[in-house]
Write a protein that binds this ligand. Sequence first.
Ligand code: NAD
Length: 377
Amino acid sequence: MIVRDIERKTTIVKGGEAPTMEIFKEMERRGHEQIIFNYDKASGLKAIIAIHDTTLGPALGGCRMWPYSTEDAALEDVLRLSEGMTYKAAVAGLDYGGGKAVMIADPAQAKSEALFRALGRFIETLNGRFSTGEDVGTTGDDFVYSLRETKHLVGLPKAYGGAGDTGDITAEGVINAIHAALMYRFGNTSLEGRKIAIQGLGKVGYHVAKRALQEGGVVVAADINPQLVGKIVSELGIEPADPWAILETPCDVLAPCALGNVINEETIDKLQCQIVAGSANNQLKDPSFGDRLQERGITYAPDFIANAGGLIQVADEIQGYRSERVHHQVDNIYDLLLTVFHQAEATHQSTATVAMHMVEERIALYHAIHRIYTKAP
Ligand code: NAD
């Protein structure tokens, strides 16, 4: 059973305090099994792999490359992200645990064969306990280098035996989440004339914008990368917005598709949307913001359900990729979220809390079933 103190905020070791003891405290609080610090002198690789909970199966989660301002920030990110992967896999009905990797480096400058091969060698040492692939700052192509050192990779380009980029399948899941929220609030799933504000036009945000437009939605979107915005505005004809104002845009649906922590004490009262449904991991700064959204009458599609499409696809790759099976599982996001919305209303809890109960139920079910002994003596 995962124990999660939903009221406490993360406090990670700051320099000068006793780091090891604090890290173990943090692992205990969040339920992590293992944290691996990886350093390679020749390539300059600095990567942290966090394995959260492998009750359901080996850990699976992407590898983020980001110029973190401090090592604490990188550690906090990998702990939160890997924890979220456990929840995502559990609710999506997958037999995988939660893990994540972060590389402390600037993706615009630091990518090299040496870096990704060194990472591959460290992943290989885990002997299948953790598989990884693209995330923010990385693409499937980067891991083609890692493939020379380990086979425990997912989301590789099709030419290398993978199912390709996960951006579109994740966007498909986000659109299913938006449909569920629209159905819950308005009694129909139509995006026709609905205003969708998208924060982040990367691998997922681009496809959310494209799919929403195809369904008649009015899309306004922002990204901190002006070249990307210019390219996508001219391709899709969407309305550009200021990246710092997008969260305050009056709209039907706010789709956070950039980084986490966007629903926090500074933003919560400024939101002018009816629904929050996007792909970013850890959208709530902490779970109490799920209650605050509920109080404000905003329907929140818990991120680890709405954005499960990518994980569903990469998990399927490990089994032997079948597109029909992936789309079928991604379709389930709609039903799952409708259940969450109705249960939250009936039990006067936030949607985030209801989703966490679903995680705990699935893990408890696994423990219960595995009491049955299957091996001959
Ligand atoms: P990406 O790196 O391709 O895109 C992220 C985009 O957000 C970038 O273009 C970046 O410039 C922009 N951005 C960063 N900060 C911003 C800000 N403050 N305002 C506006 N734009 C900002 O990443 P992605 O693969 O599209 O993933 C987006 C989010 O969805 C991440 O949180 C990721 O963890 C999550 N996610 C992705 C997948 C997937 O399949 N790719 C699956 C599940 C969850």
